[in-house]
Design a binder for this molecule. Structure first.
Ligand code: ZN
Length: 305
């Protein structure tokens, strides 16, 4: 019996940015401490901060300070999310060499989020990529609402692929599909990954799932079976769903690591160190996080007979 899965995958820890951006603001020192703990888990990539307008997202107002104060591990690739050209300039000036730019596949979602059409966002992203490349940085374009939109419902797969194709035509170094409100199921994951690969066979693909409706890890498994190797996850499952108060958002990094490692898919991450970081994340935000592995411990944990 053979089950073909990648022997190794690369996780991007998004708790410090995507996670904390959807929680009440926490002190700079706490963010720095969390990134430092995560840097020592063996994780390959960390989405550290975003350079957004402080009046729009106060949670990220201290991005430059956080970036200055963390103890950067040379084996970790740190990235910054930038909403526009101005954010990209700030991130590049701060020394980031990996940027993430976002556009929503759903027109309504994009208009609600940044007051621009998808086409207008793609135009700005083209300039942003040009600027980043001229300064030696790479840009991943995140296509959000890739499996559905809270306003429009289903988003046509063709539209998602065409948005990704336009970003790649503008020079995007890689693409990430975001399941913004947890609408993906394994069949839909297979379908979109196939469609993407048919259109853009050589473009690296990262996937960002939410566990809003309990399908997060099932979606990861479906993607692993197709050989996808790059995934986002958030320590503890930090960061709720911005459209459904109290609902779960990001999949928990330790749940993904726990499942993948037991299936022979290496992540390079030390689960014990990650669980320590998860406990610290819970302490920082002051409430229970949705991670089930944080509650139950690894499957090999035993109790006295
Ligand atoms: Zn997310």
């Amino acid at each position: 019996m053979s089950w073909e899965l990648p022997s190794r995958i690369s996780l991007r820890e998004v708790g410090p940015r995507d996670g904390l951006q959807n929680e009440d603001p926490v002190p700079t020192e706490a963010k720095v401490a969390l990134v430092d703990l995560l840097s020592r888990t063996g994780v390959q990539r960390i989405e550290a901060v975003s350079f957004v307008r402080p009046s729009a997202i106060p949670q990220m107002a201290d991005a430059p300070e956080v970036w200055k104060q963390i103890s950067r591990d040379p084996s970790v690739r740190y990235s910054a999310l930038v909403p526009n050209l101005r954010g990209a300039v700030r991130a590049l000036d701060a020394g980031f060499t990996e940027l993430e730019a976002v556009v929503s596949a759903s027109q309504t979602h994009n208009l609600k989020n940044v007051n621009r059409t998808t086409g207008e966002s793609l135009e700005e992203i083209a300039h942003l990529i040009g600027l980043a490349h001229s300064r030696g940085a790479t840009v991943q374009v995140i296509v959000s609402t890739a499996w559905g939109c809270p306003y429009e419902g289903d988003v046509a797969e063709q539209r998602v692929v065409s948005v990704a194709s336009r970003a790649v035509a503008s020079g995007a170094d890689s693409v990430s599909f975001g399941d913004t409100t947890g609408m993906a199921t394994p069949t839909r994951v297979r379908s979109l990954v196939f469609a993407f690969r048919s259109a853009l066979p050589d473009v690296p693909l990262n996937l960002h799932f939410h566990n809003t409706r309990g399908t997060g890890l099932a979606n990861v498994l479906a993607a692993l079976e197709l050989g996808v190797r790059d995934f986002d996850a958030s320590v503890g499952g930090l960061g709720g769903c911005p459209y459904a108060p109290g609902a779960t958002g990001n999949i928990a990094t330790e749940e993904l690591v726990h499942m993948a490692e037991d299936m022979g898919v290496a992540t390079g991450i030390d689960l014990g160190a990650l669980l320590d970081a998860s406990a610290e994340a819970e302490r920082i935000v002051g409430h229970r996080l949705p991670s089930q592995v944080l509650r139950a411990g690894p499957r090999t944990r035993t109790i006295p007979a």
